[in-house]
Design a protein around this ligand. Structure first.
Ligand SMILES: [Zn+2]
Length: 420
């Protein structure tokens, strides 16, 4: 097949090849399967050849393709942001200012801030407004090299508004070139009308919301915020098993603030990923390893809350597959996986090469799409980022900087540093 586009003379292509069936763990996370002086041929959005420039060009017979020569660049699979709360209305900068003034979480909540502020604004917003807000955030993500985005509901907290959020996520699919993964998170918080009646709200989620969401066909995953004072392990199990019964894959916000057993639950119910895990027990992590559950770490949240970070080094050493994501949300309002990279390296002592595995192939596994995304291999979708960067280590050395030169999604150039 003759290609439309061929990238040639690339200084280094980190292909991350060979891990489409199972994620990278342990020492393999540092091995990026790099090709020096590499080339990638793309036809109709699909990668058709990867190898050295000499080998790839010698196999191409036509001369009608566009060519990009990239002698000083590092080329990676596009970043996959596998945990975001992309949709919401309003913003929370005043909460942050109140926090800097010394107000407590409860004082901020009583002053009309916090999650209730976002809940109110999101319920009041139209589907189109939510899609528009999310589109703006997603554009910034693309500029930061993100080519696949997971987005959750969870600020509607009733059937009508949760489905409105999921429909808005669905609308994004027609507006953005990136892969979008949708997650139902009706169990994000207990809404004020159910205060003190969590069990009644769980009944609504299980009996009304999940069947309605399943009928609407708008959610690929079901997620729950399993946390002390929010949804306990038993309530979370009920919700997750109901989601599973309705054909959804599972994710869990697990053991973020206290050690509750969320990691153990994620393993037990066969969740694709358990996310946060700052306080997860050794037994919980071991159960996840045995079950093949991905550990998705969100250092941006630890940064914004000024808490401890997850035990990434121990997780990697015990051969638990680790992914990284932004957790973009109104209380952690940063779209950049370069910032996440900086935190992962400086605060969790991950090696830049491990971070690249965690943001690409392992993150693709965390949304169960590693068969199509997350590596540069023949047959995969041509989601590729070209970085103005000589090698993987440079990514952490230039901490927090957006090093994107060009972003290619589905074989099309969708962003360049010089404007597209
Ligand atoms: Zn989250």
């Amino acid at each position: 097949m003759s290609p439309n586009l061929v990238l040639t003379n690339i200084k280094q292509v980190a292909t991350l090849a060979g891990y489409s069936d199972s994620p990278k763990t342990g020492a393999d996370m540092k091995e990026l399967s790099i090709i020096e002086d590499g080339a990638i041929a793309i036809s109709n959005g699909i990668i058709t050849a990867v190898g050295t420039t000499k080998d790839v060009l010698s196999d191409i017979e036509s001369d009608t393709f566009s060519q990009m020569d990239l002698p000083s660049m590092l080329v990676l699979p596009g970043f996959v942001d596998s945990h975001t709360h992309l949709l919401f209305a309003g913003s929370r900068e005043q909460d942050f200012a109140m926090k800097l003034d010394g107000m407590s979480y409860m004082e901020i909540l009583n002053a009309g801030g916090g999650i209730l502020n976002t809940l109110r604004a999101t319920r009041d917003a139209s589907q189109m407004t939510l899609t528009g807000n999310a589109f703006g955030f997603a554009q910034r993500m693309i500029q930061e090299g993100t080519t696949a985005i997971e987005a959750k509901s969870g600020y509607g907290l009733d059937t009508k508004n949760e489905i409105k959020m999921l429909q808005a996520i669905n609308d994004l699919r027609d507006m953005l070139p990136t892969e979008i993964t949708s997650t139902f998170l009706g169990a994000h918080a207990v809404p004020p009308e159910y205060e003190g009646r969590t069990e009644d709200y769980v009944d609504v989620i299980v009996e009304e919301m999940i069947p309605a969401v399943a009928r609407s066909g708008t959610a690929e995953f079901c997620d729950v915020f399993c946390e002390k004072g929010v949804f306990d392990v038993e309530q979370s199990r009920r919700i997750l098993l109901k989601g599973k019964e309705h054909g959804m894959k599972l994710k869990v916000h697990a053991d973020e603030i206290v050690q509750l057993g969320g990691a153990e639950l994620a393993a037990e119910v066969g969740a694709v990923s358990a996310d946060h895990l700052l306080m997860a027990s050794d037994d919980g992590l071991e159960a996840m390893r045995k079950a093949g559950t991905i550990a998705t770490l969100l250092p941006g949240t630890a940064f914004s809350l000024d808490t401890e970070y997850a035990r990434a080094r121990e997780m990697i050493e015990m051969e638990l597959p680790v992914a990284l994501a932004t957790d973009f949300n109104p209380n952690c309002a940063n779209e950049s996986l370069f910032f996440t990279t900086a935190l992962a390296c400086y605060k969790m002592k991950m090696h830049p090469r491990e971070v690249i595995s965690a943001l690409t192939i392992n993150a693709a596994h965390a949304i169960d799409k590693a068969d199509r995304l997350g590596s540069i291999e023949v047959g995969k979708r041509a989601d590729i980022i070209i970085l103005d960067c000589p090698n993987p280590e440079y990514l952490a050395y230039r901490f927090g900087m957006n090093l994107v030169h060009t972003v290619i999604v589905n074989g099309q150039v969708v962003h360049t540093r010089f404007g597209t």
